[in-house]
Design a protein around this ligand. Sequence first.
Ligand code: IMP
Length: 190
Amino acid sequence: MKLVFATHNQNKFQEVKLLFPPYIELLSLTDIECFDEIPETEDTIEGNAILKVAYVKENYDLDCFADDTGLEVRYLNGKPGVHSARYAGAGNNAKANMLKLLKNLEGVEDRSAVFKTVIALSLKNKVHLFTGICEGKIISTQRGNNGFGYDPVFQPSGYNQTFAEITSEEKGKISHRGKAIRQLIAYFLK
Ligand code: IMP
């Protein structure tokens, strides 16, 4: 069967492709010649994941899945959440986003936060959702050079290192995205 992963991010695509059983032919947006920036205009992580698969279904009539991720900080009532990529303004400037987060948490004791990934799967006209959560806290200064986004300030529970101080293999075992993707794959294997 053919299945589209609605992403323009080739690193993400290759990483996920390796985990899929060989009888599923995974296609990227580039493979189906979709070069559009699919709108992410919903106000929830779930809503944006669903929006992306609905776009592919409507325009290409293909089975598809899409992911959306946000960092929810308890003291900030769940912000930046669905706006994680553009917390410091339009675009995805990871450094500026992190600095804004650290500023908003200056002197704050409760620094608990969760990363949440929702994967929407549109299969045979039905939509299924898979959610992966990783609990942790926001430390007060950046540490580590691996990963991307908020990784240098996010320390997962049970670890003394941030996501940016562990390898991508280690991160994949405990991360929000890793958990959501394993649920998606289990769905196809059952
Ligand atoms: P996306 O939905 O995967 O594009 O993620 C939205 C935003 O959340 C990204 O631009 C990053 O800033 C942040 N983000 C997502 N996943 C991670 C992660 O694993 N580590 C750090 N930041 C992340």
